[in-house]
Design a protein around this ligand. Structure first.
Ligand code: ADP
Length: 304
């Protein structure tokens, strides 16, 4: 088995009466992209924060965490030295330029100025921001700022990169560019952990995935495997059905969601025949995805 980057065992975190993370266990082998997928409030960010000491697991029965051999409860600083962290907040200094932001950040790692300049050039080139190096932060678009936050997280040449919702709110073009960069980093051997509520993001870049709901692990596995194992291959979405139902055959499993009826089956012909009862524009016929898996298991949507 591959060496582990992270080992988490029975991790538990409460805020007062609220259980944010409930008895979560997982292993992350080195060099993979590992994801947490779930709706808002599922506990993804809290779990992430416990990996680098920004949140503390419960002191009694809070479980065990090891990040490259370090327990974040005792060794948060050691972990930060080999980890890049991209949080949801844009905590760039708005008054400074791109390069000034990176220079200040590099001081945390005690990089000599000359070496820092080289590293900064490299990370800006990697995130395709070299031509913005002297721009003030306030002149950057949302996508550029996110790319800069990733560039900043790479300054210390981390072996672990942690990203909290890396592409939330970005347009599809930037999203795809960031996914490409994360794939490149993985090829270079970086272990990547990310949270997301975009099933497409989880599907595209995660090698292994935990689906979370209300603090708990709902299931775990490679995205394609989860779809293959837990859900029928095809789905027919009937739009605007209201309470109306259609004459679904026994072989078809049905769900209702937001004024839509969803019919699931492995047999494409059955689904196709049902769709023939409807006119174009009243239905969508597609392959099922992680959102369908989530709906089946939890009765909820990822975006509520
Ligand atoms: P996610 O990242 O999946 O959206 P979070 O980990 O941010 O979920 O939150 C999980 C739950 O913990 C939510 O109910 C949230 O309101 C609660 N929570 C998160 N941080 C705090 C905090 N600092 N104090 C109290 N409750 C919190």
């Amino acid at each position: 088995m591959k060496e582990l980057a992270i080992k988490a065992k029975n991790v538990h975190k409460t805020y007062g009466n609220l259980t944010a993370v409930n008895n979560l266990s997982f292993d992350v082998p080195r060099g993979i992209c590992f994801g947490f997928l779930g709706p808002n409030g599922a506990g993804k960010t809290t779990m992430m924060k416990m990996l680098f000491g920004k949140a503390e697991r419960d002191s009694v029965q809070g479980g065990e965490v090891s990040v490259f051999g370090y327990d974040p409860k005792e060794s948060a600083l050691e972990i930060k030295f080999f980890t890049g962290i991209v949080s949801q907040e844009d905590n760039l200094d708005q008054e400074l330029s791109v390069i000034q932001n990176l220079m200040i950040y590099s001081k945390f790692y005690a990089l000599p100025a000359k070496q820092a300049r080289i590293f900064i050039q490299n990370v800006l080139a990697f995130m395709e921001l070299s031509d913005k190096k002297d721009a003030p932060i306030r002149q950057l678009s949302g996508g550029m700022k996110r790319r800069l936050l990733i560039a900043r997280a790479l300054i210390n040449n981390p072996k672990l990169l942690i990203l909290d919702e890396p592409t939330t709110g970005l347009d599809p073009q930037v999203r795809h560019m960031i996914w490409d960069k994360l794939r490149d980093l993985k090829k270079q051997g970086v272990t990547i952990l990310l949270t997301t509520h975009y099933m497409e993001e989880a599907f595209q870049i995660c090698d292994d995935l935990i689906i979370m709901n209300k603090g708990e692990k709902v299931m775990q596995g490679p995205p394609a495997y989860l779809i293959d194992k837990h859900i029928e291959t095809y789905v027919l979405e009937l739009l605007h059905t209201g309470d109306k139902t259609c004459d679904a055959k026994d072989a078809v499993r049905t769900e209702f969601m937001n004024n839509r009826m969803l019919l699931y089956a492995d047999d494409f012909e059955i689904i196709k025949q049902i769709s023939d009862q409807f006119k174009a524009g009243d239905f969508i016929l597609r392959q099922s995805n992680l959102e369908d898996v989530f709906l089946k298991i939890t009765g909820r949507k990822l975006h509520e």
